[in-house]
Design a protein around this ligand. Structure first.
Ligand code: SF4
Length: 151
């Protein structure tokens, strides 16, 4: 009888101890895992943007601006009428003085500024032409390759 009483008295405490022990073991890993996971994203998140953003953005912006700006604004030497290509095309620095007898395609009012191949901005005094790479033509010039710019 004594051992039964002892058994009955011991079993609830033993069961409770097992439950507490299991719950502590189950809670312990969760408690130790949670801070580790919570801490991990914070550290890389704080480092990654600071390390990547300046490295990617900084070189891209300066590289694009200097490349475009000089190409569109720089003035190049003007084509000389005596140049072999210019002479063959009947190039005239002043369109009004173009040789209309030799180059029958010439018509009064034609000039580089109104030619489809003219690469200068509208109203500009000079600009590029694909027929004369590395040089500019005056908007008032003309050559026999003139093609009227669409209105
Ligand atoms: Fe001028 Fe047009 Fe002749 Fe070029 S092709 S030189 S822009 S007229």
């Amino acid at each position: 009888m004594t051992s039964r009483r002892q058994f009955i008295q011991i079993v609830p405490f033993t069961g409770a101890a097992l439950i507490v022990g299991c719950s502590e073991k189950a809670a312990a890993p969760t408690a130790s895992t949670t801070p580790a996971i919570a801490a991990a994203p914070v550290a890389p998140a704080a480092v990654t943007p600071a390390a990547v953003t300046p490295a990617v953005v900084a070189p891209a912006a300066p590289a694009a601006s200097p490349t475009v700006a000089p190409a569109t604004t720089a003035l190049l030497p003007l084509v000389d009428e005596k140049d072999a290509t210019a002479s063959a095309l009947g190039f005239a620095t002043d369109a009004a003085k173009a040789d209309g007898v030799k180059f029958k395609s010439y018509a009064a009012g034609q000039n580089c500024g109104s030619c489809v191949l003219y690469q200068g901005a509208a109203g500009s005094a000079q600009g590029g032409c694909p027929l004369f790479a590395g040089r500019h033509v005056s908007a008032k010039s003309w050559c026999s390759s003139f093609a009227k710019k669409p209105a």
